[in-house]
Design a protein around this ligand. Structure first.
Ligand SMILES: [Zn+2]
Length: 272
């Protein structure tokens, strides 16, 4: 397709070192404000999920960052193990404030399937997915994602839970290796622009997660991302799109066997 050729040609030119960037180019306005606020439904409810079952793992003490108290208290969480057919499993920890095992399970099931829609490489780094009540912004660090139930309600209201989880999964799975990587920084410099205002404000912390979602759309679901926005994205950050392309090659399946899948002893997902 046209835009692909353009990316490929530009990548070749950039790789040859022919294009020089000027620092003033960073002054150009990013085409988007942030990916959480965009209207694009890139990952859809009906898309395949690798979720195979959910196991009730009882209660356990877990230390979980909580923005509401600006700290990392230890709580006796309701625990579930979400198992996926590619072997990239996740522990889901629900804050005890949900009150009962039933309520905790219902909450866990809001995320188990969308998490299974993530590309294997983005789920692989998530060791624990934690849920609190309240309405704070989602956040994540290496190996961990923390979300808040009322924010989830809000995201679901405009079909954006999957996209928000995708953004956080980049923090959990890729940040440690890529957000400060020499090649990523070089791509930022070559592009000389940011894709979103949020990424521009936080070039070291948010630019990768912000860029990755739109790159994923262009690479894997081009029909879900309007041509004009595809054009704007490729014009703004071609080197970063090429970087993400190497991590999520469009000609390879997003789901692949990472390790042998293990069946649940008792499945509480209601799926099977
Ligand atoms: Zn973020």
């Amino acid at each position: 397709m046209y835009f692909w050729n353009r990316t490929a040609n530009l990548s070749a030119v950039l790789a040859a070192g022919i294009v020089a960037t000027s620092s003033s180019a960073f002054a150009q306005e990013p085409p988007f404000s942030n990916t959480a606020g965009t209207v694009f439904d890139i990952i859809r409810k009906g898309d395949a999920s690798t979720l195979s079952c959910v196991e009730d793992a009882g209660r356990g003490m877990r230390q979980i960052w909580d923005k509401r108290v600006d700290g990392e208290p230890t709580v006796e969480a309701f625990l579930f193990m979400a198992r996926y057919s590619d072997g990239a499993n996740i522990e889901i920890a629900i804050n005890p404030e949900f009150g009962s095992g039933e309520a905790a399970l219902a909450e866990a099931l809001r995320y188990a399937r969308p998490l299974g829609q993530l590309p294997t490489v983005l789920r692989a780094g998530i060791k624990r997915f934690s849920v609190h009540g309240g309405r704070e912004g989602f956040h994540a660090g290496t190996g961990q994602i923390v979300v808040y139930a009322e924010t989830t309600d809000n995201r679901l209201s405009y079909d954006h839970l999957e996209e928000s989880i995708f953004h956080e999964s980049v923090h959990a799975s890729w940040d440690a290796q890529h957000r400060l990587a020499e090649e990523w920084r070089a791509a930022q410099n070559r592009d000389g622009r940011f894709l979103t205002g949020y990424g521009a404000k936080n070039p070291e912390r948010e630019d990768l997660a912000e860029t990755a979602l739109f790159a994923y759309a262009i690479l894997h679901y081009p029909d879900r991302f309007p041509p004009a926005d595809t054009r704007d994205t490729l014009a703004a950050v071609p080197a970063r799109i090429a970087y993400v392309k190497a991590l999520l090659p469009p000609d390879e399946p997003i789901h692949f066997a990472l390790r042998d899948a293990v069946a649940c002893e008792t499945d509480v997902s209601g799926l099977n």
